[in-house]
Ligand binder design. Structure first.
Ligand SMILES: [Zn+2]
Ligand SMILES: [Zn+2]
Length: 348
């Protein structure tokens, strides 16, 4: 009889349940990890509300941390001690496709082929009691770091990948659109890069959070003319970087007009609906602006996130605003889609 473990399944629209599924067994070069906590990303929330269609039931969860509980063949127990705190980069990386070999594993061709957790259940697996994963996806936390800080490793890694694409230089003007957890993480990291940070966010509580984090300027786009404010602030040039963390195409279209010559626009959030936006090809030609995206953490940005959190350079754990035991998964998912929460964490 194979061993069993509990996992949180999304079974239908707005429905989750705890089920007993097969416990993974570590294969060659794999580390068996007892999951301690997983944060609920927007991706899982979109599956929960039925916006994102994937095979159900699904064991979601990719913002996952835990402790080493067992080792597959070929791993040295001195290097991977039982009980060691670890963060996991659970998204698939085949290491063989064109993009993986070109050093862009966040764009891996097999990215959306989910990890298999037991015979009948698909998913990235972070919402189960155990996960078995190749050593290349395991990062150690060597210092005492709170669960809340650790569990935001993956979101921070996504933001570090975005900031890397944004090519920010000290003294640059960086406009971040949207003050959710991702917008605020961008504020924190852009500040560490030496940028002058401007946040556009209609919600006053979120602007207050940004101010508490030291955001240089917060603007309410429903109360001021963003274009005029940015022009005034930058002697008419526009900002060097726009990072769009909101999902509304009209916002993206308007924000293109806020960019200085040679600026970089990062489409951080996916857009819903994915409606086309207007852009002048001659404007791109004449200004050398760069329009790019940022999706998933790269291997190096994940590495940077762990090192920054491990050394206390950044403490993102404050964004975990609610915590639930996995047995209360339904409440946890309902809390996660409540806009007053930043990140909801499920513990095991
Ligand atoms: Zn995520
Ligand atoms: Zn690949």
């Amino acid at each position: 009889m194979p061993e069993k473990m509990n996992a949180v399944l999304i079974t239908d629209q707005y429905k989750t349940e705890v089920a007993s599924i097969e416990k993974p067994h570590p294969g060659k070069n794999e580390v068996l990890v007892k999951v301690k906590a997983t944060a609920l990303c927007t991706w899982e929330q979109r599956v929960f509300v039925g916006e994102k269609k994937v095979p159900l039931p699904l064991v979601g969860g990719h913002e996952t941390i835990g402790q080493i509980a067992g080792l597959g063949e070929g791993l040295d127990p001195d290097e991977y001690p039982i009980g060691q705190d670890v963060a996991l980069r659970v998204i698939k990386q085949c290491n063989s496709c064109y993009y993986c070999r070109k050093g862009m594993p966040n764009l891996c061709d097999e990215l959306s082929s989910f990890r298999l957790n037991g015979p009948d259940v698909y998913g990235m697996g972070g919402l189960g009691e155990y996960i078995s994963i190749d050593r290349s996806s395991v990062w150690k936390y060597t210092r005492p770091v709170s669960l809340q800080d650790q569990v935001l490793t993956e979101p921070l890694a996504c933001v570090l990948n975005s900031i890397s694409n944004a090519s920010i230089e000290p003294g640059d003007d960086v406009l971040i659109i949207g003050g959710g957890v991702m917008g605020l993480l961008h504020v924190m990291v852009a500040k560490l890069r030496g940028a002058y940070t401007i946040l556009s966010e209609p919600n006053p509580e979120r602007r207050k959070w940004a101010q508490d984090l030291g955001c240089h300027l917060t603007l309410d786009p429903t109360a001021v003319d963003l274009q005029a404010e940015i022009a005034h602030l930058t002697e008419g040039r526009g900002v060097n970087t726009v990072i769009n963390t909101t999902a509304i195409p009209a916002v993206a279209e308007q924000a293109l007009g806020l960019l200085a010559k040679g600026g970089v626009f990062v489409m951080y959030s996916s857009q819903h609906p994915d409606a086309p936006i207007k852009m002048s090809p001659n404007w791109v030609h004449n200004t050398e602006v760069v329009i790019t995206g940022a999706v998933n953490p790269s291997t190096s940005s994940f590495d940077q996130a762990v090192r920054m959190i491990n050394k206390g350079i950044i403490r993102p754990g404050r964004f975990v605003t609610a915590e639930f035991n996995y047995k209360d998964c339904q409440q946890a998912f309902e809390a996660a889609i409540d806009p007053k929460n930043y990140r909801v964490m499920i513990t095991f």
